[in-house]
Design a protein around this ligand. Sequence first.
Ligand SMILES: *[C@@H]1O[C@H](CO)[C@@H](O)[C@H](O)[C@H]1NC(C)=O
Ligand SMILES: *[C@@H]1O[C@H](CO)[C@@H](O)[C@H](O)[C@H]1NC(C)=O
Ligand SMILES: *[C@@H]1O[C@H](CO)[C@@H](O)[C@H](O)[C@H]1NC(C)=O
Ligand SMILES: *[C@@H]1O[C@H](CO)[C@@H](O)[C@H](O)[C@H]1NC(C)=O
Ligand SMILES: *[C@@H]1O[C@H](CO)[C@@H](O)[C@H](O)[C@H]1NC(C)=O
Length: 819
Amino acid sequence: MRLYKAELVSALAVLVAAVAAPLVDAVASQAYTWKNVKIGGGGGFVPGIVFNPKEQGVAYARTDIGGAYKLNPANDTWTPLLDFANDATWNYWGVAALATDPVQTNRLYLVGIPAAFDLLVVERELSLQATGGYTNSFELSLSPNNGNILISTDYGSTFTASPLPFKVGGNMPGRGIAWVTFDSTSGTAGSPTPRIFVGVANLGSTNIFVSTNAGSTWSAVPGQNTTYLPHKGVLSPTEKVLYVSYSNGAGPYDGTLGSVFKYNLTSSVWTDITPVSGSDLYFGFGGVAVDLKTPGTIMVAALNSWWPDGQIYRSTNGGATWSPLWSWLSYPTMNKFYTYSDSLAPWLGIDSVDGTPGDLQIGWMMEALVIDPFDSNHWLYGTGATIYGGHNLKLWDTTHNVSISSLADGIEETSVQALLSPPTGAPLISALGDIQGFVHNDLTKAGTLPDEIAPSVNWVNPTWSTTADLDYAGLNPLSIVRIGTGDSTQGKQVALSNDGGNTWSQDFGAADNVEGGKVALSGKFISSGDTVLWRTNGQGVMVSQFTNPFANVPSLPATAAIASDKLNNSVFYGANANSFYLSTDGGKTFTVKSSLGTSNAPVKIVVNPKVTGDVWVSTDTGLFHSTNSGTSFTAIPGISAAWAIALGAPKTATSYPAIFAAANIGGVGYFRSDDMGVNWIQINDVAHGFGSASSNCISGDPRIYGRVYIGTNGRGIFYGDASGAAPPPSSTASSTSTVSTTSKSTSTVSTTSKSTTTVSTTTTVKSTSTSSTTTSSAPSATQTAFGQCGGQGWTGPTACVAGYTCTFSNDFYSQCVPS
Ligand SMILES: *[C@@H]1O[C@H](CO)[C@@H](O)[C@H](O)[C@H]1NC(C)=O
Ligand SMILES: *[C@@H]1O[C@H](CO)[C@@H](O)[C@H](O)[C@H]1NC(C)=O
Ligand SMILES: *[C@@H]1O[C@H](CO)[C@@H](O)[C@H](O)[C@H]1NC(C)=O
Ligand SMILES: *[C@@H]1O[C@H](CO)[C@@H](O)[C@H](O)[C@H]1NC(C)=O
Ligand SMILES: *[C@@H]1O[C@H](CO)[C@@H](O)[C@H](O)[C@H]1NC(C)=O
């Protein structure tokens, strides 16, 4: 297999173009402060952690879906490095490989999926350039495709995606490269490391190769045992030994047998140093760590020991003897040679509701295991859910009792399925992949029991690993429905809460083995239950009232977007292809009311919580608004596509709710409109790209003007608050349908995560709907178009501007609608 330079360079050219794609510069922007909603424990797989071997305190972690992070060694927190990844560069968040330069320690290299293979090329180029006593400590994982190399020269604060001047291409013994280890004890400064080992994913045949001429030619390492796959190969330079962990599965989930071998580089002798045998060996081996300050002290992790817990072994004599992290005291009691703390993420530990078999403390999918090269007491390891580690590792060898803590503070690595910010109760409820979701009573703290949505121990609280969607009842917002997916053992995957998500009961009207999709709860929801409309995953649309068995709704297509009216209990909405559907009989039947232009794929329907029939629909061709229950729609000009949309608190008590949208308005970004879609303000910046726009969900806070929640596919939940002045609206009224895209913006765009800002002047995209522009100043004698003009407790104007009539919506709200 040969990696061709031309192929790589052209891939990088495409990448650079994508990185350089400017932000929307035709829309005015407003500064926002963005923070993660704190879940605190990572929440996903951490396959790689690396310490720089030459500069103390420099360490990085990479995740499979949530980007890369830099360690703050003083306080055990992590700083995200790739939050700039946007709709064009979202794939950076799947970090396939990460390398910290041992010569120029400020340099960091990242390779996104699907590209890890290319890091070898980077490494070899660096070898050629190196002038000092060069050692190599690059990590490389499997992917043979063209890829995305990000290079930082400031420890990850900023990156550039530019191709290196490659002089050589890889010439490897086979695709399926599992690992590459450079023998830093070979060779001389200033020239490429001559001896390189690679492990490849061949089961039962030669799978470890060596080159002694910097990769020009390769041969099988003699004497190797090919029974299992070599999972990691880690060099102990002082010992001149290569330690190799093996598993009978490719990982990261599998592996039921494995071994550990050491290869003496001097004698070329392999020695089997597997820590356990016989019935104690029921897993493969993953992470391997060497203590660089104490040659011969090594550790190896079981890749997946699903029961009773994960396992880690430590040896101080090069693998001649080992001691475990736990043993059986007398079955079934475990002797734990550790104390455990998950205080930073209390949902992680033995109360975990992650849906994996058993409740593991130590962890699973343990690929990453490292000892700080400057501090033999400091160790970290990555699991399928978090990073654990501690600061007293040497106690393992004396009292044999170490402290293990969850140390993923700052890492937020969840795939957010849905967000709900109801008008009462907790400010935020999340539906998350793999770890269910939370009632976030406090955005700055990790979920704790009883905040956690579903304590795993209680059978009346159904537990599904992934929550697919949520909705609340408009007239009783503490009533919430959630649907689950992917856990057939838990049966019926609909649950209802009447206390804002703190306690739940399973909806026994749901059929077994029906799961996922989208859900909508009728406007009124009483304790005995009212109407749940459920667009299932692949089994059509179903509806149930009073938790009766769900019945099929054949009149609404199986892929439709759905929503409930927030006020009228009988009214539900649907959208599919370019058709908008209305049900006035509690979701039993739907009829096509109107068309959504040339849309092919509606994404989201949101309904004004104060006005029946006031509906917004986002589609692949734009954003549509109806004020008459979908009898007719206005396409909002200037928007060529919209994904997640949400309504939030209005700017003033009398104005229309703020509209938030992930949309293409002269470019893909995140926008807010305070005037019913006439003027749009971009609220994200170059440092906050939020990854793939079409994968994200949004919720507007109905209580705090300007606040919006963005759920990402891999980087957890962000919340944003306006921190700068809003730009003025483009005009007081507009009457043409021309979309202005003129702009005086100057955008300085780079892939920086911190230091670059977009400077733009305030030329707004002027769009027009059928109405004149709503103003949102203090109440005046007459209310503006679509403003509130009555309702319980209303003290504002009750008359409307010319052409509009104050119309009763409900006891709480009257609105100025076109006469
Ligand atoms: C941890 O240290 C970093 C780097 O010094 C700092 O930015 C951060 O605010 C600290 N976090 C806490 C929780 O103290
Ligand atoms: C190779 O490894 C397997 C699994 O550890 C072991 O059963 C076998 O005896 C080893 N073969 C040799 C020749 O050492
Ligand atoms: C490697 O083999 C050489 C030659 O037999 C021996 O001197 C050395 O001690 C071995 N190294 C280790 C770490 O066992
Ligand atoms: C380890 O230390 C903790 C805390 O002192 C203790 O509870 C536990 O029993 C110890 N474990 C062993 C195996 O001695
Ligand atoms: C709810 O909508 C239905 C169907 O349009 C209508 O018949 C009914 O009067 C509405 N109810 C209220 C309370 O407005």
